[in-house]
Design a protein around this ligand. Structure first.
Ligand SMILES: NC(=O)c1ccc[n+]([C@@H]2O[C@H](COP(=O)([O-])OP(=O)(O)OC[C@H]3O[C@@H](n4cnc5c(N)ncnc54)[C@H](O)[C@@H]3O)[C@@H](O)[C@H]2O)c1
Length: 436
């Protein structure tokens, strides 16, 4: 099939590339001319494992191309995906201006019957708004389908090629057939395409992210209680996760959830509830716990070193909101670093792939180091904020020798507290018995 993907960011670029890889003829469109020019030169705008190779192969084989010309791409397409950003609006709602602007342009560009797919995360009722926006300028028939995306940055290709499920909200048989054919290569019987009405599809995406955020905040609350009563959250986590009704995923306490999705999607769902006269109390608590959690490491540092951290230098390992991505949107590292700088500290940070993103976020206020060890030189403590694999088994003797004082704040519980103490570190984790 001939496809256009409008918006070539984390979702659009992955979706477009994977659809091309299954044999479709795909144009990825973006309004960001620099992004498209870079892609045309073979330079990816984002770090996503495996994407570079897949893009190059599909470009070479003539199935994938990049353009700023939405009108020309849509004119030749049977299916158009809208995968632009839906950032947080002023009152917590999802800001639909990019989706609706794209939909209007798409409408004017149609030259034949076209299936228009909302891939962006959008609140209940958006399919109807997109239909109206497309319809305003359309001279050809079209259907609007809701097809929220569940990929995880850092494992996006695998998630897209082998999804747990594909959710499609659709109210036309013609569009349903097109979507079934498009996704057939990616699904097996046990990984279904779930067809449903559009409001249910739109809500499913928010409910999934909210559920995952609930689990994280729940564990962060349990971790806080563990610290107060002298329990070890790691033992509690294993005891919980082994219950088949509960399971292990998303039970890790830490420095709070971040990223481009959970924070804004939880807020948007709360706002949708309010617009319909319903206070989603559980989700409000989830947000409060998360805000508290993002401040935890700075509080621990202030307790250990005193409230004034001027004259102190801290090493920070990990800046991306999670491993295997360069995405720092709403990353807990920003809150940790700003909190430490706010108390007068200097920061030397390292992240395996996010230096270019961090430079945009912090400018020259943070020293970005090429290696994890360089960040440790002369530092008063190490803060582990993102659990990249390369931080899990460092040369601890070298870490200790480079640090001015052997203090570690482990925001992801990647080290064994007893082993760290045996190596001579003053070790602070999350929800684990504290040294003081
Ligand atoms: N990032 C994720 O992990 C993820 C996962 C699932 C769902 N989502 C959802 O997918 C959507 C996109 O997220 P993202 O992370 O890919 O965003 P992104 O910011 O990385 O990419 C969006 C792209 O759309 C482009 N754009 C905006 N308006 C345009 C227009 N009129 N025409 C062409 N291009 C336009 C922007 O220039 C940008 O490159 C959001 O709704 C998000 O909530 C994201």
């Amino acid at each position: 099939m001939k496809l256009s993907i409008i918006g070539s960011g984390y979702v659009g670029l992955v979706a477009g590339t994977c659809f091309a890889d299954s044999g479709n003829d795909v144009v990825c469109v973006d309004i960001d001319a620099a992004k498209i020019a870079g892609l045309a030169r073979g330079e990816l705008p984002i770090y996503e494992p495996g994407l570079d190779e897949l893009v190059k192969r599909n470009v070479k084989e003539g199935r994938l191309s990049f353009s700023t010309d939405l009108t020309a791409s849509v004119a030749r397409s049977e299916v158009v995906f809208i995968a632009v950003g839906t950032p947080e609006g002023e009152t917590g709602e999802a800001d639909l201006q990019y989706v609706l602007a794209a939909a209007e342009q798409v409408g004017r560009a149609l030259t034949q019957y076209t299936v228009i797919v909302d891939k962006s995360t959008v609140p209940v009722g958006t399919a109807a708004k997109v239909r109206a926006a497309v319809g305003a300028g359309a001279k050809h028939p079209f259907d609007v389908v809701s097809n929220p995306e569940f990929l995880k940055e850092g494992a996006a290709i695998d998630d897209f090629l082998k999804p747990d499920r594909v959710v499609v909200g659709v109210d036309s048989e013609r569009a349903r057939k097109v979507m079934a054919e498009l996704y057939a290569p990616f699904v097996r019987t046990e990984n279904p395409v779930l067809f449903m009405d559009t409001p249910s599809a739109e809500l499913t995406k928010y409910a999934a992210n909210a559920m995952l955020a609930v689990r994280i905040s729940f564990m962060n609350d349990i971790a806080a209680l563990c610290e107060r009563v002298g329990a070890d959250v790691d033992a509690v986590r294993k005891g919980l996760g082994s219950d088949s009704r509960i399971g292990y995923p998303f039970l890790f306490p830490g420095v709070g959830y971040g990223g481009s999705c959970f924070p804004k999607d939880v807020k948007a769902l709360i706002t949708t509830g309010r617009e319909h006269g319903l206070e989603l109390d559980l989700l409000r608590a989830v947000e409060r716990i998360n805000e508290r959690q993002k401040k935890l490491l700075v509080q621990k540092a202030a307790k250990h070193f005193g409230p004034d951290l001027s004259g102190k230098t801290f090493a920070v390992w990990g800046l991306a909101f999670k491993p295997r991505t360069d995405d720092m949107r709403e990353a807990p590292s920003v809150e940790v670093i700003e909190g430490l700088i706010g108390k007068g500290a200097r920061i030397q940070a390292h992240d395996p792939v996010s230096a270019h993103t961090a430079r945009r976020v912090f400018g020259s206020r943070v020293t970005l180091c090429e290696t994890p060890y360089a960040a440790l030189e002369g530092a008063d403590a190490l803060f582990v904020v993102t659990e990249w694999n390369e931080f899990r088994r460092p040369d601890f003797d070298r870490v200790k020798a480079l640090l001015k004082s052997p203090v570690v704040f482990d925001g992801r519980n990647i080290y064994d507290p007893a082993a760290m103490r045996a190596r001579g570190f003053t070790y602070f984790g999350v929800g684990r018995p504290n040294p003081e």
